[in-house]
Design a protein around this ligand. Structure first.
Ligand code: ZN
Length: 202
């Protein structure tokens, strides 16, 4: 890796990699929950009547989650196939972008935040401010929050990947679940690319 963005955009090689260090050394953790029907004669548990799956793709080199990748399931000739796919409106921005750090506030209705104290507070405030983006995609650090009648004003430092300051602002604006104010937005340098090949020093 010479530090340049991956080329061949559009092929899986461009997106099937860690968005931070571009490593292709990925794994997916699947949390599976199934409900099986019990055959009254044999006791055999068969035929899933319901199943829930949650899959998190992770990079084995830098250990970060990969919110630009999803695990999709297919049925092919009666066989179950699972395959990693890119999240279309996200992967190019994240893989080709650089980290941007925004200091910002989002004002939301108090009932959009499940809890604002205790160990769950940071996650629940981040989710209240930016939904799924706040907890899954961005690195969201909640600095403090203030109650203002029925509103909660959440003050945060947010790191997200984007290709320009304009794009970073647009993504924050689209994700915010209430009025957003960005007080500063600065570009950071990319984390170092993972070493690849047999000469990998670790
Ligand atoms: Zn990585």
């Amino acid at each position: 890796m010479d530090g340049s963005a991956p080329d061949s955009v559009g092929t899986s090689a461009s997106w099937l990699r860690c968005y931070r260090c571009w490593s292709q050394n990925l794994e997916v953790q699947v949390h599976y929950e199934g409900v099986l029907k019990v055959d009254p004669d044999t006791g055999e548990a068969v035929e899933p009547v319901e199943e829930i799956q949650e899959a998190v793709v992770q990079c084995l080199d830098c250990l970060h989650d990969q919110p630009h990748l999803n695990l999709a399931f297919y049925e092919e000739n009666g066989r179950r196939i699972s395959r990693i796919e890119a999240v279309e409106d996200r992967w190019e921005r994240m893989v080709a972008g650089t980290p941007w750090v925004a200091s910002c506030t989002v004002s939301v209705e108090a009932d959009q935040v499940e809890t604002c104290s205790g160990p769950e507070a940071a996650d629940s405030l981040a989710f209240g401010a930016f939904g799924d983006h706040g907890t899954r995609e961005f690195f969201t650090h909640v600095r403090f929050h203030k109650h203002d009648a029925e509103q909660i004003v959440i003050h945060m430092l947010v790191e997200l990947y984007a290709r320009s300051a304009e794009e970073a602002s647009e993504v924050l604006e689209a994700a915010a679940r209430g009025p957003l104010t960005i007080t500063s937005l600065a570009e950071e340098s990319r984390p170092p690319a993972a070493a690849v090949g047999p000469d990998d020093p670790h």
